[in-house]
Each structure stands twice: as C-alpha cells, then as structure tokens.
Write a protein that binds this ligand. Structure first.
Ligand SMILES: [Zn+2]
Length: 275
C-alpha cells in the first residue's frame, strides 16, 4: 500500500492544476525551504539529544546473587528494591522516562545491561550495587565512574568481583583476552568520562549528606557494566552488605529510601548545569 492508501492514482494528481503549479515553483520552493531550514537550525550544542531516558541498573539478579550478608540478605534483592524506589522518585519529580535493566529477579548479562541503555538512547545510566569485602569492618558508600586503571588495589579487586560474579564457575583470568575486550568497550564510555565523573561526585555528595555512613569518595575502576554505555554512567556501591550493621540498614525500607533520595538529589544537581 502506498502512503496515500489503496486505489490512489498519482497520475491524476500530476494533472491537477495545483500540482502543476507546484511543479513549476518547486525549485524555488526547495531553495526557500533550504534557507528556512538553515536559519531555523539550532546551534550545535542544542542539537544534542534532550535528556529523556534514565536507565537504572539493579546489580546482579536471578542465579547471580551478588554479595551476601551474614543475615542472609542478598545484594540482588537490595539493588532491585533501591532501584524501584529511585525509579518512582524520578518519575514523580523529573521529566524523564525511566527504564530498568531488570524489574524482577532475573539474570541479565553485563553486556545486555549496557545494550539496554544504548538501545533506549539513555541520557544517564546508574548501576546500583551493595559492596562486599572480606574485612567485616569495611563500611560506607562510594560512587564509581569508569577507568581502566583502578584508584587503588581494593578498588581493583572490587571491580574484578563485580565483573566476574555473573560467571562464578569460570572466572576469566584477567590477563587474557578480557583485557582487550575492556579496551574496546571502553571507547563507548570514553567520551563521557568528564560528565560521568561530575555525576559521580554530585551523587556521592548527596549520599554522604543523607546516609551518615562513612564517605569513601568517588573512585575510578574498570567496571565492565559501565564500559559499553554511551552516556554519562556511574556505579553506586550503596553500603557494605558484608558489614552486619550496614547489612541490616540496607535491608530496611528507611535506608533504601534514603539511598534512593540521595541518588535522586545528586541527579537533580547534575541536571542543573554548572554545579
Ligand atoms: Zn554488585
């Protein structure tokens, strides 16, 4: 079927007086249209896509539980709970569509998480996690943006655990092809490092203010889930599920609300350019 619908005879249109007129003036009209288009073209900066979609990534899910607390709380449940609360806040208070990489307890590969962001042409990507450490005393929140070089040894280990926990049976030796893949993926996020770092800083600032937990600051680490994302992207380690005190906080509605509120406020400040 053509654009005019079934049974339309375009030959009749060409013989219509109005169409004959347009055939004559068409070159002039085209030139005028070109001028108008050029004049109406906004400056380059305004051509950037407007902020429309935030993708929230609840870490882990399905068979892959993430870190586990002493009281049996699983990282995957906490990340989902916090992400759903954050989604509700953004939808209520901001002019954004919110897409979750998962909205229930299912497996989603790291590659699919960034693909979901890119397919939705996300303006921002926030991956939500809860930290795990061998040291039971480790506590506090920290926000990461991507770098191939980890801030310190502890951060490098954390990135390794987060990157490979989806495939516990066959953890990849970090010295193999994996490194090359990371470098290739890194290129997508590379263009957004500055903005990602600003977003991380503002989110972390609000976490510090809201949570009353120890500020561990913003850090850089080679998190795979961030590498393929083509927009400003951060990974928030809300608190330590491996610390019994923080585990109980993380499992509470009150603390989850605070985390969501803090990330929301950080986002709001990020959107007010110039901060
Ligand atoms: Zn995690």
């Amino acid at each position: 079927m053509n654009a005019f619908g079934r049974g339309f005879d375009s030959r009749r249109l060409h013989h219509h007086p109005t169409m004959r007129f347009f055939r004559i003036v068409r070159p002039a009209a085209a030139a005028l249209a070109a001028v108008l288009l050029f004049a109406a073209a906004p400056p380059a900066r305004a051509q950037e896509p407007a902020l429309r979609t935030v993708v929230i990534d609840p870490g882990h899910g399905g068979l892959e539980s993430g870190a586990k607390g002493r009281f049996g709380n699983l990282e995957k449940d906490i990340t989902l709970a916090v992400s759903l609360k954050l989604k509700a806040l953004i939808e209520k208070g901001m002019d954004f569509e919110v897409v979750l990489t998962r909205d229930r307890d299912v497996d989603v590969s790291i590659e699919n998480r960034s693909a979901i962001a890119n397919n939705h042409k996300a303006s921002l990507f926030i991956s939500v996690h809860a930290n795990g450490a061998v040291q039971k005393k480790a506590a506090g929140s920290e926000t990461f943006f991507l770098s191939l070089n980890a801030t310190d040894e502890e951060t490098r280990r954390l990135a390794y655990l987060e990157n490979n926990s989806s495939d516990l049976q066959s953890r990849i030796d970090p010295s193999t092809d994996d490194d090359l893949m990371m470098i290739l993926w890194d290129m997508a996020q590379n263009a957004y490092i500055k903005e990602s770092s600003r977003l991380a800083e503002l989110v972390q600032g609000e976490l510090d203010a809201m949570l009353g937990t120890r500020n561990r600051g913003i850090k850089q680490a080679p998190f795979k889930v961030l590498t393929g994302v083509a927009c400003p992207a951060v990974l928030v380690e809300t608190a330590f599920i491996s610390n019994p005190d923080e585990e109980q906080k993380l499992a509470s509605d009150d603390f989850q609300n605070k985390v969501a509120e803090a990330v929301y406020r950080g986002l709001a400040r990020y959107l007010r350019k110039g901060e």
